[in-house]
Design a protein around this ligand. Sequence first.
Ligand SMILES: Nc1ncnc2c1ncn2[C@@H]1O[C@H](COP(=O)(O)OP(=O)(O)O)[C@@H](O)[C@H]1O
Ligand SMILES: N[C@@H](CC(=O)OP(=O)(O)O)C(=O)O
Length: 384
Amino acid sequence: MADQQTPIVVKFGGSSFIELPAYRRVARHLSELAHDEGRPVVAVVSGMSGSTGRLLEAARDVDPDLEPHVQDQVLATAEIVSVGLLRAALHAEGVRATDLWAPHIGMRRIASGPVIAVDRRRLLDALVGKTVAVVAGGQALDSDGRIVMFGRNSSDLTAVAVAAAVGADQCQIYSDVDGVYTADPHVVPGARLMPELSYAQCAAMSSSGAKVLHAGAVRLAEVHGIDIVCASLTPDGAVTGSVIGAGRGLAAVVGDRRTQVFRFVGASADDALERARACGVVGVTVVQGDETIHCFAGQQGDVAAALRRAGIDALAVSGLGLLSVVQPDGQTEHTAVGVDSLDGAVRDLHVHLHGDSAATTRWPAPKRRSNHSGLLLSARRAEG
Ligand SMILES: Nc1ncnc2c1ncn2[C@@H]1O[C@H](COP(=O)(O)OP(=O)(O)O)[C@@H](O)[C@H]1O
Ligand SMILES: N[C@@H](CC(=O)OP(=O)(O)O)C(=O)O
């Protein structure tokens, strides 16, 4: 149970760090939050938007058959840079702060599943005399003490694990949108903000490929009864849009173009799907016409490599995306749609469900990436 001494836990995703001055803005916000609430703040951060993708591209260029632990080592640097920059910004703002990576607070991956443990004592000790602790998202140590990553968008998971460790009853997640909408507002400008929605719906949306929150983070929050509060830091201050917890949302439409679609060869498709799920790949079966195909939401990164490692023989089918309707109780229906018509299909389905809402959002523009995350690749290209 949270009390007056319990730290506030917030997470700032890569979309909050498009430009370098954003680190100073976030630092000022953290300082004000701690001051207003009279409690220290633990801020979990992701790498700058685009940095993980660029590092992955660079590492695969060097070794197309990259070993998973080497990949994780390279990717972890995105968050380490971001922690350093936010720590520097806090210093520049005169805020007493500390910076923490996985080894500093005993962040461990338990067994092979995506479950993360945080050493509560070490985290609280690190906060003594500090106003803000900055924590690297998405990373943990495995049983050999090596750094491992939990996959794309997993800083949300770290944030919820930290909230559970310190006994917080909410975890504030900041990004470029202030909440969860009935569709991606970058695709459907008339999408409606859901002031509240259930864990089940949010986890189903994430598993279907909605990027807004990590499915494992939502499930972990439910286990610990932690409310996830979605917020955005705007030039006019923080705006809070959705609470994920016991509330009820509206039917939502999700289009996922990162989904990887496979036909299975040899072993029965159901068996292959079960085995794929057992190695952590989010898979759904879609019946399309006379054919059953299998779509894997892109959350797990390189699905093909995961299937190969599991010894599953599968043929990739290109050009298909996953279109899903997720009900307030989490019930979901999936269809596969050509990627070129996916956004249009999402918009049509949204009009069908919610009418042609005249409401617009403040985020109709395409998603931005930080230019500062491209330094490594620019250097590599210059060398040829
Ligand atoms: N239903 C939805 N509601 C809100 N945002 C969504 C939804 N579906 C997808 N998104 C996308 O999620 C993005 C926020 O997640 P993400 O890019 O991972 O942010 P961050 O980098 O801050 O973690 C938004 O920019 C939006 O494009
Ligand atoms: N390295 C992760 C970090 C993360 O969680 O990102 P974000 O908070 O931007 O979703 C990624 O880009 O996938």
